[in-house]
Design a protein around this ligand. Structure first.
Ligand code: ZN
Length: 326
């Protein structure tokens, strides 16, 4: 195993999402030489997830015109609970995976070093190295979606727990009498500020006849009320939907203000569908709440920015982590 192609090493980043996997091949300067997408699960029937990951990586290398022997390291971003010491995916509830020996299994299949990371950690690291949060001393990444993911890069290093990831900002308790969260606890930040929380209120508004545009677009199915649909309904004139998005963003700002006092970051990186669909409205509302609730000494020099690498952030960050750790 030389890990060389024309004297250069190649790195692969793999983003394993709930529905799709994306593998990207990079050279030492992190130029993307090849990429490949695949459904995370085989629709034809149950298949070994590790073999499927190895296949999409091999296909991306093929597209880059590189033999598997050129591979110097692989970084994999996974949504789920990880044991980083053991290289195991403990559980990915959305995918029905448990105790997956990702590092060992892929190292054997690909004959290259493998590192794993929480997908939000990898995405934030990608934005820190190559995207909107470059040159930050301390960046707090916040990604509202179905839940709310968080990550922090401090002095170039991801803040992590003893064996797993940290910065679960979505589960900050904000309302003692609040509704149940997916985690089983009550009143977590994501019960009031995630896209799912907005979708629940938006569907009710549509049923009540307060959001005619959303109703026309078919927006009473929670799984279909995604950021794009919310944006369309606001553009179509549904004022109540705009208010719901603003209120959720405001809540998110309160949660972020708490983290700002603990970490004293210089950059708040907002990512995910909501931030990318509503860059102005959303950032304005989050920033307003943080400045309102944060102590001036902590918020004076604080910069708010929206993720810039889009769908490639996780793959790029994971590949960079592989290059550093391998
Ligand atoms: Zn929770």
């Amino acid at each position: 195993m030389s890990g060389k192609k024309n004297g250069k090493r190649l790195w692969v980043g793999l983003d394993v999402g709930g529905t799709k996997m994306l593998a990207c091949v990079y050279d030492d300067d992190f130029r993307c030489l090849g990429r490949r997408k695949k459904k995370t699960r085989d629709e034809a029937g149950p298949s070994d997830p590790l073999s499927r990951m190895a296949t999409v990586i091999r296909e991306a290398l093929d597209e880059a015109g590189a033999p598997p022997s050129a591979l110097a390291g692989v970084g994999i971003g996974l949504a789920g609970m990880l044991d980083l010491d053991k290289g195991i995916l403990i559980e990915a509830p959305n995918l029905g995976w448990k105790k997956l020996k990702v590092v060992e299994g892929l190292r054997k299949r690909l004959k290259a070093p493998v590192v794993i990371a929480n997908d939000v950690d990898a995405g934030t690291y990608g934005e820190y190295r190559f995207g909107a949060a470059r040159k930050s001393r301390c960046v707090l990444g916040v990604f509202p979606g179905t839940g709310i993911g968080g990550a922090c890069v401090y002095d170039g290093k991801l803040i992590r727990g003893k064996t797993g990831s940290a910065m679960e900002i979505g589960h900050l308790p904000v309302d003692p009498d609040g509704v149940l969260c997916g985690c089983g606890k009550r009143g977590c930040l994501e019960t009031v500020a995630s896209r799912l929380a907005i979708a629940g209120q938006a569907a009710q508004a549509a049923v009540r006849g307060e959001a005619p545009c959303l109703l026309k677009l078919g927006g009473t199915d929670l799984t279909k009320i995604r950021s794009g649909l919310l944006a369309e309904s606001i553009r179509g004139g549904d004022r109540v939907i705009e208010q719901l998005v603003r209120r959720a963003a405001h809540w998110l700002g309160y949660g972020i203000a708490g983290a700002v006092h603990l970490l004293a970051p210089d950059t708040i990186l907002l990512g995910g569908g909501l931030a990318e669909e509503f860059p102005r409205l959303y950032v304005e509302e989050v920033e307003g709440a943080v400045r309102d609730r944060g102590l001036a000494t902590f918020t004076a020099g604080l910069r708010f920015t929206v993720a810039a690498l889009g769908a490639e952030a996780v793959a790029m960050g994971a590949a960079a982590m592989a290059a550093e750790e391998a």
